[in-house]
Design a protein around this ligand. Structure first.
Ligand code: MG
Length: 330
């Protein structure tokens, strides 16, 4: 027998199926009314963070690149990354899934399964959403998070702050380029398909009281640093030799640095902090189980944004990072 497709069971059939399958996955405190009514009713301590992001087939992913679980997981991770960049805690999620009628129901089950599993790790519950037929497959997520202990913004960088980045940069972009080249396996591909979620570390940073400005790296380290500098009205100096390049690309003459500075898709945190944060780094690294590297410092706006080598020589830097309507859309 042919496997059922979305068109066979229809939208109501799909919603009934989803309720049966995810009813238990959505349990956490604060849900007064979850899936199944016209709207969800939740209780969340203010201030409340709200963010949304969408993955569209043919623009952000291809179905052949990874498993549907990875797609669901990525849909959670890219949104949770924005909540993390504010120093918040994700709590409730809405998923707006659009799919051609020809998509197997099993595929959509797996997308939700990947999403709910990733969300559950951060005690985030799916409380609502929407499903409709569409020409392209897309997964749009709206995430609500709390920032009861305070939140970070892009505008918090101060002259004299140190500039830090989490994790290692460049691998995800290398993975995306590998996928475009038609290969589907390898460490870099997996890193692209499964971005990190730095929620725990971000909260720990906020609690130190030493955090300046913060952003997550989606468009590329330098491009996102430009966003930070513009919002904070400051400049920055990046020391190229300190940039944590993914293993395997460190010796690839310039290629590793290109991927790390311009690549994007890293979903690591880029932030500034008072110099005394250095004292907290060993504990923070242990807590987050990821590298935290000082890559430069914040300077006055008139000094601009510069990348220098270990001798202090200014390196030429091209403008632009990831472009939503550029190369990735091919
Ligand atoms: Mg962001």
């Amino acid at each position: 027998m042919r496997r059922p497709r979305l068109g066979d069971i229809g939208e109501f059939g799909w919603i009934a199926r989803l309720l049966r399958r995810t009813g238990a996955a959505g349990s956490r405190s604060g849900i007064l009314l979850g899936l199944g009514d016209d709207a969800a009713v939740v209780r969340l301590a203010p201030p409340i963070l709200v963010t949304t992001d969408v993955l569209v087939e043919g623009v952000h992913f291809r179905r052949t690149w990874g498993t549907p679980r990875q797609l669901g997981r990525r849909a959670f991770a890219v949104n949770a990354s924005d909540i993390a960049a504010m120093g918040g805690i994700p709590a409730f999620a809405l998923v707006d899934l659009r799919a051609p009628a020809s998509v197997p129901v099993r595929y959509l089950d797996e997308v939700y399964s990947g999403f709910c599993r990733a969300a559950a790790r951060y005690r985030t519950a799916l409380v609502g959403g929407n499903t409709s037929r569409s020409r392209e497959l897309s997964v749009a997520v709206t995430l609500l998070g709390s920032a009861a202990a305070g939140y970070a913004t892009r505008a918090g960088c101060r002259v004299g702050d140190d500039l830090y980045v989490t994790g290692r940069l460049g691998l995800a972009r290398a993975g995306l380029e590998t996928l475009y080249d038609g290969k589907r396996s390898g460490v870099s591909v997996r890193r692209f398909l499964e971005p990190p979620v730095r929620v725990v570390l971000a909260q720990a940073l906020v609690r130190t009281g030493l955090l300046g400005g913060m952003i997550d790296i989606s468009d590329g380290c330098l491009q996102d640093l430009r966003h930070l500098c513009a919002a904070s009205d400051v400049g920055a100096i990046v020391e190229a030799h300190r940039v944590p390049i993914a293993p395997g690309y460190r010796h690839a003459a310039g290629e590793g640095l290109r991927l790390a500075l311009h690549g994007g898709e890293d979903y690591e945190l880029l932030f500034s902090a008072r110099p005394t944060l250095a004292h907290h780094l060993p504990a923070l690294r242990r807590r987050a189980r990821c590298p935290i590297t000082r890559i430069g410092r914040i300077v006055a706006a008139r000094d601009g944004l510069r990348v220098v080598d270990q001798h202090g020589q200014v390196l030429p830097v091209r403008h632009g990072g990831h472009d939503h309507f550029g190369r990735r859309g091919r």
